[in-house]
Every structure is written in structure tokens, then in C-alpha cells.
Design a protein around this ligand. Sequence first.
Ligand code: SAM
Length: 248
Amino acid sequence: MSKTCDITQTVQSFKFDTIGFIESPYKEKFAIPRQPNLVSAAKGKVVLVGEANNHELVRDIEQFSHLWLLFVFHGTQEQGWKPLVRPPRLGGNVKTGVLATRSTFRPNPIGMSVVNLDKVVTEKKQTILHISGLDLLNGTPIIDIKPYVPYSDAVINANGGFAQEQPEAALSVVFSEQMQADLIKYQQRDSELALLIEQVLKQDPRPAYKRGKTDDKIYGMSLYDLNIQWQLITLDTVLVLNMTQVTK
Ligand code: SAM
């Protein structure tokens, strides 16, 4: 008699070790883009740790322009998961099966993002992958890294369901005189800061249900060690008011 495989007897839980941590300009969830590659000016690092902090693991990885990062949604993990979620792409009011979305509230809080690989540096026994276009919270634990392989990973004519097209950048961004003066002070430290702020705000980080509605609230967002204040001045224009350095 042939032996059949009882799938309930296969391993039902797994233990993975963190192989690295993300250093990201995004210090809180608010204003992180909803997918990678929407904000090209966002630059970060994968800092390898433990046994994975060995330059041999990344030998030849620079041949690839992009990487898949597999990570744990550590910032929302404790909130558990739900079978139905409300994707921002559907306006935040329509419920959809969690596995039909990229929601963070999943049965296993695992995320995956394709990011640009800019360079790999090993210094004083520390290997760091410099990446850009990320959509990850600072401190995100990485559980695997794989090269992005276009012939297989980019599926021409794939159906993207309710997320077929890249979301249109909803807002235009202008800087107040105060903010322009603030930016000049930081110019030397980061010449791309204004671009990063513009790209982040263009995506309209507010909750999806606020889109297209008047809104006089003054919002604050954290990038690096900066708190940046902004406000909608028309239905589709953001005025960046000022920024201050947050002292620890
Ligand atoms: N590209 C990934 C994916 O498809 O699995 C993530 C998509 S998820 C919709 C993107 C959002 O996850 C970001 O806007 C941010 O709010 C949130 N996020 C990023 N890193 C996180 C983390 N470590 N813990 C919890 N939430 C995180």
C-alpha cells in the first residue's frame, strides 16, 4: 500500500532568526509610503547581525540592482490580525480578505518589499547593504534577502486587481518661507531632504477617507530626527510649514 502524506503532521510552526535590521528615515508608521519605490529619495540600510553579519553571505549580490527584503511587521505585530481589512486603495471603507491585500495585520506578520540596492560596504567587520526606495519602519527586523530576478519576478500582463496602477501622486507640495530657511540650515547634512519630504507628502499620507476633503488640521511627521509640520491649503496642495530637530 502506498504511504500518503498526512499534511496535518507536517511542521506547523517555525522559528526564524533575524538576519539584519533596517535603518530608515521613517521613525514612525505615519507617512511611510504604502509600497516601496514610491519615494525614491528614501535611503536606508540593512545592517546584518549575528552569523549573517559575514560578507561571504552577500558575495556577488551587487550584480543585482534590486533585492527582495522579507521582514517582520514588528510595529503592528502585537495588535494581531483580522480576516477582513480595509485597504487604503479602496478608500479605507471597503472590507477585503486580508490575504487579498498587503495589510500589516496578517496571520503571520511577514512583509516583502523590493528595494534598490545602491552599494554593499563591509567596515570593521560590519556588513551593511545601502538601499533606497524602502517602505520600512526604522528597526524593522529582516528575516531574509533575495535578489530580484526580473525574468521571473516581473510578470508582464499580470492582473493587479484593485491595485493595478501605481497610485497617482495626489498632492502638490510647496514650502513656506520658514521651511525654506529651515532647509538651508540642513542642506549640508542632507542635500536630498527637500526631495524626500516632497515625495513623501505627494503620496498624501493622511488616512484614505480624508482624500478630496477639506482639512485644516496641522500634521506632524517624523523623518530622521526631524519633526516636520504641514497642512493642506487647498484640496490638493500641501504647505510644508516648518521643521524642528527632535532632541533625544
Ligand atoms: N511592501 C510590503 C508588503 O507588501 O508586504 C509592505 C506593505 S505595507 C502596506 C506598507 C506599510 O507597512 C507602510 O506604509 C508602513 O505603515 C507599514 N510598515 C512598514 N514597516 C513596518 C513595520 N516594521 N511594522 C509595522 N508596520 C510597518
